[in-house]
Write a protein that binds this ligand. Structure first.
Ligand SMILES: Nc1ncnc2c1ncn2[C@@H]1O[C@H](COP(=O)(O)OP(=O)(O)OP(=O)(O)O)[C@@H](O)[C@H]1O
Length: 205
């Protein structure tokens, strides 16, 4: 999987968030997008998911050297972000089963195994609405990291996680994302310490 930005620019109304952004993202590398609050990290991540369009330049997605149209890219993406909601009426088992009906899990892993991996096996049959905020974040990470996609987009992935949760995040990323294209939007080294490429978005203001 590759994503190539060439001279990309994004503005909301008259305000440019970034301009002249030329950057290649490749499978095998793990990238961090850093910058202060409001600098455009989440906006860029949404562009890299195909959900938001740029106002100038190009953003090209390719899988196995075949160009993919931005509107088709969603099949290849797992996304975890504070602004993406879970279906809270579901239990974790129902949520994972529903999710895998349109996005299968890595190696056909079972929902029981996944609940166990994120240490939520004791709460597997409890409604997500009754979860704590840290438990909800573990459920979001489970849904994202275990989906069998070449691209994993993580926006502030340790939101609401305690120290054990942050260790769990690092374990999941190392075990299940090693050969995937991973892009993390964050200002917290605990969230992107494993990334081998760091892009400071303020360089493109
Ligand atoms: N839908 C929108 N319409 C108008 N402006 C927007 C929209 N989304 C974001 N912005 C603006 O774009 C800028 C970048 O926002 P963005 O959320 O990408 O920043 P960020 O770096 O992720 O911030 P944070 O670290 O606080 O999460 C901000 O000035 C924000 O107000």
């Amino acid at each position: 999987m590759t994503i190539q930005l060439h001279n990309a620019g994004k503005r909301y109304n008259r305000d440019w968030i970034f301009r002249g952004l030329t950057y290649d993202f490749h499978t095998g590398s793990h990238y961090a997008i850093t910058g202060p609050n409001g600098s455009g990290k989440s906006t860029l991540l949404q562009i890299l998911s195909g959900a938001v369009t740029i106002n100038e330049g190009t953003c090209t997605f390719a899988l196995n050297n075949q160009i993919i149209a931005p509107e088709k890219i969603y099949n290849n993406i797992s996304y975890c972000a504070p602004y993406l909601e879970l279906v809270e009426e579901f239990t974790l088992t129902e949520l994972l089963n529903f999710h895998q009906s349109f996005k299968p899990f890595l190696n056909k892993l079972s929902t029981d195994f996944i609940a166990n991996e994120v240490q939520l096996e004791h709460a597997q049959n409890k409604k997500i609405s009754e979860y704590s905020s840290g438990m909800k974040q573990r459920a979001k990470l489970a849904q994202c990291i275990f989906s069998d996609t070449p691209l994993v987009l993580l926006d502030e992935p340790c939101t609401n996680l305690d120290a054990a949760g942050i260790d769990l995040y690092n374990y999941l990323v190392h075990k299940y994302c090693a050969n995937r294209l991973v892009i993390v939007s964050s200002n917290d080294k605990q969230e992107y310490g494993f990334c081998n490429e760091v892009m400071d978005i303020t360089a493109y203001k």
